[in-house]
Design a protein around this ligand. Structure first.
Ligand code: GLN
Length: 533
């Protein structure tokens, strides 16, 4: 296509409006027209990456194939576009500053005073353009975290101002705002949008497209008014109304010609409207599924939807491909006991034991694993969940009293889950886990193989502890098989009990690679087993 085009997505009025979904939807529509698209996220916090963040802060930590701990929006980008993102797709203020300070220490700035403008903004711009220059994408969509008006976002908005000036028609700003409905007055209000655009303009950035989040249909008159007050063309004011699923948003944007407006403004040919057949087929199946499949999610962040975002999306995609509606029951593992486990789990069709760190709620996960094993419930243990499945098996089948992971009991006599050798000397917590995609060989005679239909797989990891190979023989002799092994390190990556319907644990996170058009085979197979139950 020639020069890379840069689209910036900013947000105003409130946070949590769904900039990630809008960015993904724009990306999807451009990709459907044959363009090579990527999306990156700039997070205005000072952490180097979200790897050290508690899920209460920004939800789940997503992991890219190249082992970067990233914001959960990258999960949306991958699920919508079916692309793989990397470390270059998620930058934080901390990383920008660190890079500038490292350069300063090396003497790269030749005695200059280091300032926000131009040094920090140059580093931001370098990171925006890196994807275009190095990887030759046709479109780089850059989502700016936070809300216009935040002190933290200022250097990013200044960088957009400079880039728009430098790149002319090759740069475009999409601003997402919110139009509240005042119930008492029965009126939709555009003033917050006007203020937010003014704020952006005061920083020298004129938005080219406005996307208005709303719970009610916005009239043409209202959109005209917004266009008039904000210096934006009428056709470039679109609404983003609450949808039954986030995967409908690309179609809602297409109906309003958002992709055409973007192409026209960037001087590109419009061409034919993409049909998005397989996407629509997915949505149809989703809408037509009436029967439910009920999955219990056993974890400690049950009040926090975003903590298990990718697992929820993977389960929901897999349910759609099994023509079922997904019903999730959150089960707080801290409150799960042998006394109440029946009441909490017996009525469900399948059980997911969630990943996590630290001992809070851990005993409840063992209780769930035991119940599921003894009652032959389809069960999927992910990362820590796999470790829990193994620990419970050691305690109750192998008879190793108080077997544990050394993460929870350093002195346990039966350390069936142990710290990885390479982790022992590590003292820094940031970015030091076993991270990213590693190879795994799947035993042909296993449930896992039945799902993958492939011997060589690559899956993403994020952990410090591992299955202790000293116990492998005892586990296998007694019915829990190690059916996925890393060929280089010999680490156990998948365990299962073949005599049960579907009782499987993975040390890796399959949820990071399930997408709308390519649901992950393990999730599809797990949901199928849950339905067959
Ligand atoms: N806490 C466990 C470990 O570090 C599991 C991590 C996870 O579930 N992501 O090995």
């Amino acid at each position: 296509m020639g020069e890379t085009k840069y689209i910036f997505v900013t947000g105003g009025v409130a946070s949590s409006l769904g900039k990630g979904i809008i960015s993904s939807s724009i990306g999807k529509l451009l990709q459907a027209r044959g363009y090579n698209v990527t999306i990156q996220k700039f997070d205005p916090y000072i952490n180097i990456d979200p790897g050290t963040l508690n899920p209460y802060e920004h939800g789940e930590c997503y992991v890219t194939v190249d082992g970067h701990e990233a914001d959960l929006d990258l999960g949306h980008y991958e699920r919508f576009l079916g692309i793989q993102t990397t470390k270059a797709n998620n930058i934080t203020t901390g990383r920008i500053y660190k890079s500038v300070i490292d350069k300063e220490r090396r003497g790269d700035y030749l005695g200059k005073t280091i300032q926000v403008i131009p040094h920090i903004t140059d580093e931001i711009k370098r990171n925006v353009k890196l994807l275009g220059n190095k990887y030759k994408f046709d479109f780089v969509i850059t989502e700016i975290g936070g809300t216009v008006g935040d002190i933290e976002s200022l250097p990013y908005l200044e960088s957009i101002r400079q880039l728009k000036w430098e790149l002319g028609q090759n740069a475009l700003c999409v601003h997402l705002t919110y139009v509240p409905f005042l119930a008492a007055a029965k009126e939709l209000k555009t003033k917050p949008t006007q203020h937010s655009v003014k704020e952006l303009q005061s920083l020298g950035v004129q938005p080219d497209v406005l996307v208005l989040r709303t719970e009610h249909d916005l009239s043409m008159n209202l959109r005209k008014k917004v266009a008039l007050f904000c210096n934006v063309e009428e056709s470039a004011v679109v609404q983003s109304i609450d949808a039954s699923t986030i995967y409908e948003v690309p179609l809602l944007m297409q109906e309003q010609g958002l992709d055409e407006t973007i192409l026209r403004k960037m001087g590109l040919p419009i061409g034919d409207k993409p049909k998005l057949d397989s996407w629509k087929e997915f949505l149809n199946r989703r809408a037509n599924a009436t029967e439910e499949v009920t999955i219990a999610l056993v974890g400690k962040y049950v009040e926090l939807q975003d903590a298990y975002k990718s697992i929820l999306e993977s389960l929901s995609q897999a349910s759609t491909y099994n023509d079922r509606k997904l019903k999730i029951e959150y089960v707080q593992s801290e409150q799960l006991t042998p006394e109440n486990v029946e009441e909490k789990l017996a009525h469900t069709d399948g059980i997911v034991i969630c990943p996590g760190f630290g001992s809070r709620g851990i005993e409840g996960k063992f209780v769930a694993a035991k119940f599921a094993r003894e009652h032959n419930f389809p069960t999927f243990g992910i990362c820590l969940g796999m470790q829990c499945i193994a620990i419970e098996f050691a305690r109750n089948v192998l008879g190793y009293e108080n077997a544990n992971s050394v993460e929870f009991d350093e002195k346990t006599k039966y350390n069936v889950i142990d710290i990885m050798e390479e982790q022992k000397a590590i003292t820094n917590m940031g970015g030091t886990m076993r991270l990213g995609a590693f190879e795994c060989i799947v035993n042909k005679n296993s449930k896992a193989y039945e799902a993958y239909k492939q011997e060589h797989i690559q899956e993403r990891h994020r952990h410090r502890y591992e299955f202790n190979n000293d116990y492998r023989k005892q586990f296998e002799d007694n019915g829990m098989k190690c059916v996925g092994i890393n060929p280089e390190s010999d680490l156990v990556e998948i365990v299962e009990i073949p005599t049960l319907k579907w009782y499987l644990g993975t040390q890796f996170h399959p949820e990071y690679s399930s997408t709308v058009l390519h649901p992950h085979p393990l999730f599809v197979s797990f949901i199928k087993a849950a339905i067959d139950k």
